[in-house]
Design a protein around this ligand. Structure first.
Ligand code: TXA
Ligand code: MG
Length: 363
């Protein structure tokens, strides 16, 4: 299949620009598009065949449900059994925006879209291109991240082209995304609200609206046999670079010293080494392929660059990546969740006296 690449220009937000894309979606085809979080791979959420095509294009297990994207609150009631009062308040506070809510699904949502679950994930993105596309389609759009299953989520159109060229009808290039990590997922179908995936709508932001919010236990521990995350996608080791990745924790001084030492040792063994550094530390490493992920004074810069940095290491063909780690507060919870998954929970904790404790290695 020949994939059409449509570049968003100054006049792009007029309806005529999206006419062909809307038609492709209504006809059951697939269109990748930018959202404020990551690029999505869109198909008609109400069309079981379109959902099946999404799983095929991504190479994604079909038990991993898709997020349904809407452009206004009027589009929500037909998709769900009921709208809990907490959802009204969350939507008023953070929609449109980087937050997904789990509802009980209505019979309009095919089982392929919901991965066989009785619930459905719904999100109203704020990106104007995503909004215009949903309106042009006239149907809710099911869209997982537009990466091949197992690769880091795409934050630029070139990442989508790498993974999807020739597999889908169209890719809309709206430039780099804003946030860089996928939406926060909140489940409102249980006794109490539960955070299933951290994102840019942070835990304190959710608590400000909902009061107590539970954390899915898989967010704080590595997956063990018998553990079942409520968001099926969280069980996969995705966001993953091809290289082995090791997260190094401790004081800034200890981390710089430990990474420097391990990088030198790995290089001496003939390995190609990558280092994930920050503005604050980049000048202090002297071995390997050193990439700056952002500045410690701005968590958003780190989230924004995270997946692009992991993909760049794939392109460079490194064997092992040593990464600095970040405080897991606010957006840091989302950053560390993605980094831990990329590393398969392999980490080294360094104490100020130089003692190292290594956990979770050996995949
Ligand atoms: O920011 C985002 O959410 C992006 C953009 C494109 O909107 N989309 C995205 O989709 O990240 P995806 O498919 O890569 O991740 C969806 C996650 C998966 O972990 C999936 O298991 C979970 O949402 N999910 C979907 N429906 C669910 C449901 N009914 N119950 C629990 N988890 C669900
Ligand atoms: Mg994904």
């Amino acid at each position: 299949m020949k994939t059409k690449i449509l570049k968003v220009t100054g006049h792009a937000l007029e309806p005529a620009f999206f006419r062909e894309a809307g038609q492709i979606l209504r006809n059951g085809g697939l269109v990748a598009f930018p959202t404020e979080t990551v690029y999505g791979l869109g198909g008609n959420a109400l069309d079981a065949d379109a959902s099946a095509k999404i799983y095929a294009a991504k190479g994604r297990p079909s038990d991993n449900p898709l997020i349904v994207h809407i452009s206004s609150m009027e589009e929500l009631p037909p998709l769900v059994k009921r709208i809990p009062e907490e959802a009204e308040r969350l939507a008023a506070a953070y929609w449109p925006g980087p937050m997904t809510i789990i509802f009980e699904k209505s019979s309009l949502i095919p089982d392929t879209t919901s991965g066989g679950l009785k619930t459905v994930a719904v999100r109203m993105p704020s990106d104007p291109v995503a909004q215009a596309l949903i309106r042009a389609a006239g149907v809710p759009i099911a869209a997982p991240s537009a990466n091949t299953s197992g690769r880091p989520s795409p934050t630029e159109a070139k990442h989508v082209i790498e993974d999807m060229d020739g597999r889908i009808e169209m890719i809309i290039d709206g430039g780099p995304v804003d946030v860089g990590v996928e939406s926060t997922i909140v489940d409102l179908t249980g006794e109490k609200p539960m955070l299933l995936r951290p994102g840019a709508v942070t835990l304190p932001m959710l608590e400000a609206v909902l009061g107590e919010v539970l954390l899915d236990p898989v967010l704080t521990k590595p997956m063990a046999p018998g553990m079942h995350p409520k968001a099926p996608g969280m069980k996969y080791r995705h966001y993953a670079p091809r290289a082995e990745m090791i997260l190094v924790e401790g004081s800034q001084e200890a981390v710089v010293r430990t990474i420097g030492k391990h990088a030198a040792e790995a290089a001496a063994e003939g390995k190609r080494v990558g280092i994930i550094a920050t503005e604050e530390t980049r000048g202090r490493y002297h071995t390997g392929d050193i990439k700056c992920i952002g500045t410690r004074s701005d968590q958003a810069s780190v989230a924004h660059n995270l997946f692009a940095v992991l993909r760049a290491f794939d392109d460079d063909g490194v064997d092992v990546i040593y990464s600095e780690s970040f405080p897991a507060d606010d957006l840091g919870l989302a950053i560390m969740n993605r980094m831990m998954k990329a590393a398969g929970h392999h980490r080294i904790v360094t104490a100020s006296d130089g003692t190292e404790t290594e956990t979770g290695g050996g995949r």
